[in-house]
Each structure stands twice: as C-alpha cells, then as structure tokens.
Design a protein around this ligand. Structure first.
Ligand SMILES: [Fe+2]
Length: 358
C-alpha cells in the first residue's frame, strides 16, 4: 500500500528552531500536508500525551525535558508499545546513547545535519509502515465491531425466542402474564440478595418465565379444572416439570440451560418430598429452590377461584413456616429481606383458574 503523503501528521520536536523549520519546509515541499514543529520540548511532550501523530522526529539533546526524558515519560504513559514511529534526530550519538534510545522506543536515527534524500527515504519508509499499521488497526476495529454487533443480535434473538415461548405457555393458564413476570422479578431479586453475580441473576430472570412451559402439554380438562384434582390427574399435572425439561433440553443458549433446570426442579422440596425426583436439600439446583419460593409466594398473594388474595405478611408467614420443609431456609431468609419492599396491595394475577396444587 503506497500512502498518500498528505494524510499523515508529522511532529518535529527540535530545540534548534532553524533546523526544525528547515526540516518542516523540506517535508512540506514533498507534499506532506500536516507537519508541526516546536522548539519547546515540554510543549512537544504535551502534544504527544494529548494524541499521537503518525511520525515523530525527536531531537535527543535538548534542555529538559530532553529527548530521553520525553521517551521515558511516554514509556510511563503508554508502556512498551508506542503508538507511532519515533525517529531520533541526533548529530553525534555515542553507541551507548543509541542503544539507550532504541531501548526506550526509538525506531531509527536521522543524523544531523543529514542528507535530505536519506531523510526523505527513511520518513517515507516509516510512514508506509505506519499506513499498514493503521490499515490493520482499522480492519481489526471493524471486525471487532462486526463481531460485537452479531453477538448482540444473537443474544437478542435468544431473549426474544425465550420470551415468546414463555408467552405461549402463559396463554394456557395465565392470560395476563402477570404471574409469570412477577415470579421472574422476584426470582431475580432473591438471586441478587443471595449474592449471585448480576449477569447470572439477569440470566435467571430471563429463564424464569419458562418454568411452567411444560403445561402446554397438560390437557385443558386437568389444567383448567376448577375443583380438586383426582390422584391420577395430579400425577398428570406433575408431569409439566418433566415435559418442560424435555422442551428446553439440550439448549445451546445459557438462558435455555437455566430454564431447563428451573422447569424440572421448581416443584422439588427441601425435605425431599417434592417432585419429579424427590431431590433433597442442595441436590436441588439453587435456581429451582429460589423459583419455588417466588412461585408459591406469588400464588398466595394472588386471587384464585378457590381462594382470595392473601396480604403480603400472611403469605410471608406461610413461606417462613415452610422453611426447612418445603423451602431452602437460606432462600426463605433472602426472600424475607427482598419482600420487605414488595407492594402490600393484594394482587389478582391469574384470570383463568389453575388446577395446579402444591
Ligand atoms: Fe410449576
């Protein structure tokens, strides 16, 4: 890639104002559009700290800050990878001085007074490298942006599908969708209260609405039955956990994997008498233990065909009385803290009856 001279910014820092000016004129004469020169080394340093040009021509021997001081300061701010090539202007550098300059990030040396053709060739060479470096940086940035956009799109698609699947489940017995959303919200708050990281808690909130997705497969005669269920009907009803797990199984997205865990385990009980597997204590996934509390609490404060909506305090007392039997005591404790801020007004969430019994 051959660079166009006019697109580069060059900074000359040389306390010998006449020599700096001469170099500037030579470069401008060659079509370099933006060549700044300063005899004030402090000002030069500030320019570099504020933003990088494409090439720096730096005199090493100046009153403080010297060229070496500037290199040291740049190293402090930017580490070992300086953003652009620095060519040291030097009349009589010793081998030691040259080595030190190279170690501090100088790319090459231009002898003063130098042969104009040599200066121009070297500058051209370094600017071509600089151009390649900029092109590469641009390509990397563009690629990173593309990857970020695609990842975001993919994430949004995941969330969208999960939400729509949850809505499909809601249509069966919670036409307002309020119960599911409140349970998801409460589950999220309890997870945070338990000290789960924010990103993980956020995923749990997105997965929670899918906890009853298995009800899609439960016959209306059972799901919507207003009266008590027979033993056989109860067994059929319990299958919504396994069916939900089956619907969500082998998900690639983390939302689906958490949702599967919740769907299968949200009716397990701390004492091992729950379903579908009768898991006990810590063997029940924590997300399932949290959702169990949120789900029952929300059912208690909601109006149902067979019960009025309970006030928050009564529902919380009921939850507390089941701590250690139905619920994980730690989750109950976290829920008690979270629910202190919960609205006290009675809610009527489900508009269609549900025959699910706990
Ligand atoms: Fe359920």
């Amino acid at each position: 890639v051959v660079a166009s001279e006019s697109q580069f910014n060059i900074l000359i820092i040389d306390d010998n104002a006449a020599e700096g000016k001469e170099l500037q004129q030579i470069l401008t004469g060659q079509g370099y559009g933006s060549v700044k020169v300063t005899p004030d080394s402090q000002q030069g340093l500030e320019c570099l700290l504020a933003g990088w040009p494409d090439l720096v021509l730096l005199d090493l021997h100046m009153p403080a800050p010297t060229g070496f001081d500037i290199l040291r300061r740049l190293r402090l701010s930017f580490g070992t990878t300086l953003a652009c090539p620095i060519l040291a202007l030097t009349a009589d550098a010793t081998r030691l001085a040259r080595r030190e300059a190279l170690q501090r990030g100088v790319s090459d040396f231009l002898a003063k007074p130098a042969d104009t053709d040599e200066i121009l060739l070297r500058i051209k060479h370094f600017l071509e490298l600089r151009k390649l470096q900029k092109d590469l940086e641009y390509a990397n940035r563009t690629l990173e942006e593309k990857v970020r956009d695609r990842t975001q799109e993919l994430w949004e698609a995941n969330v969208e599908v999960a939400n729509r699947l949850a809505r499909a489940a809601e249509y069966r017995d919670d036409q307002t969708g309020q119960h599911i959303q409140r349970v998801a919200d409460l589950t999220w708050r309890i997870a945070l209260q338990l000290g789960m990281p924010e990103d993980q808690s956020g995923l749990i909130r997105l997965a929670a609405p899918l906890h009853d997705v298995g009800k899609i497969a439960i016959p209306d005669a059972i799901l919507l039955k207003p009266g008590p269920l027979s033993k056989g009907e109860r067994e059929t009803m319990k299958r919504h956990t396994i069916i939900g797990g089956g619907i969500l199984a082998h998900g690639k997205s983390e939302i689906l994997r958490i949702a599967e865990m919740i769907a299968v385990s949200h009716h397990e009980r701390w004492d091992g008498t729950g379903y579908p597997f009768g898991l006990r204590g810590d063997a029940i996934p924590l997300v399932g233990r949290i959702l169990a509390v949120a789900d029952v609490f929300d059912a208690l404060i909601s109006e149902r065909p067979y019960k009025t909506a309970w006030p928050k305090e009564r529902a919380l007392d009921e939850i507390r009385s089941c701590s250690g039997s139905q619920f994980d005591p730690q989750v109950v404790e976290a829920a008690s803290v979270v629910l202190q801020d919960f609205p006290t007004v009675a809610l009527s969430g489900r508009t269609v009856s549900t025959a699910e019994r706990r």
